[in-house]
Design a protein around this ligand. Sequence first.
Ligand code: PLP
Length: 365
Amino acid sequence: MPRSYNFSAGPAILPEEVLRIAQQELCDFQQTGSSVMEISHRGDVFGALFNETQNNLRVLMNIPNNYRILFLQGGARLQFAMVALNLAKLGDTVDYVNSGHWSQLAMETAKQHAVVNEVVSNCHEQYTAIPEEKKWLRSAKAAYLHFTTNETIHGVQFPVMPIIENNVPLVCDMSSDFMSRPIDVNQFGIIYAGAQKNVGIAGLTIAIVREDLLIPTKRSDIPKMLQYATYADTDSMYNTPPTFAIYMAGLVFDWIKKQGGIAAIAKRNEEKANWLYRVIDNSDGFYSAPVKAPFRSRMNVVFRLANEKLNELFLETAKAHHLMYLKGHPVLGGMRASIYNAMPMDGVKALGEFMQAFAKTHLPH
Ligand SMILES: *Cc1c(COP(=O)(O)O)cnc(C)c1O
């Protein structure tokens, strides 16, 4: 099969160059005669790879020295719990912005460990916008404010980050738009992201944690494996880290560098998203995008066909054109095209052109 254009929400498309390098190096990594999967995480060869990977991330994202980079496992969903366990003492209030499926789940998880204040919810508007910040009801003294920069399922993205109030740390699930646009890390207490959307493969979760939030860990009653400080103190080597996933992320960071860094990637992402939303908006109602324009995700383009009876045919025909995994998430239905960093403009154009042709063929006469 030729390589298809993969619009999956995650695990998601990787740059083809990255896959080729991994393939080339698979059986013999840097003349060790072993695969990178087969060597000790404590040896020199992996150590050098690890340090370079971490440094590249620090440089690419301009991460200040008072932030620690942690390579974790358990996915973003373990972070839903770790954030609450590490930052909230028993009885503390924590603030949650509910802007879609994932932030809602993060909030539900936190309820097991802290007193949760839902600052705002956009559920009644089917999560088609980020509610205005001046309508948020923040608590007077929260341990942190949690939000999700990009809602992968609803296709809603924060165009700008929330402001910091009363020094309450911003904690952010950035799983599906991590490294997709420049951000100012200084604005955050913690940023976390599963790697399998924008920077690699499943099994690695990256957390960027401001040092004052590590020391001291406020909840000594939680397992060592769930304390950020454990990973910070051991340079993410408390136990065996996900070595192959870290290697893959490293290749993706090299690739981002080659593309001109995050600013260059962001420009391309904007062009890609604009292109696709334009096809939808100019389809005479054949397709529609529910999310309000300023909040439309540049990563996950959610849309519907006016005639939902054509859904199956749309997906089948797309597949015949090597345009894969366009079906929307079951909670929402419809369609979703995930166009992460690794999706080339050619893939977006191929999809757009297919959509126009499909609409022309099936437009009601
Ligand atoms: C995919 C996703 C998650 C869940 O990630 P896991 O790694 O499966 O735990 C959480 N939040 C967001 C925003 C996501 O896109």
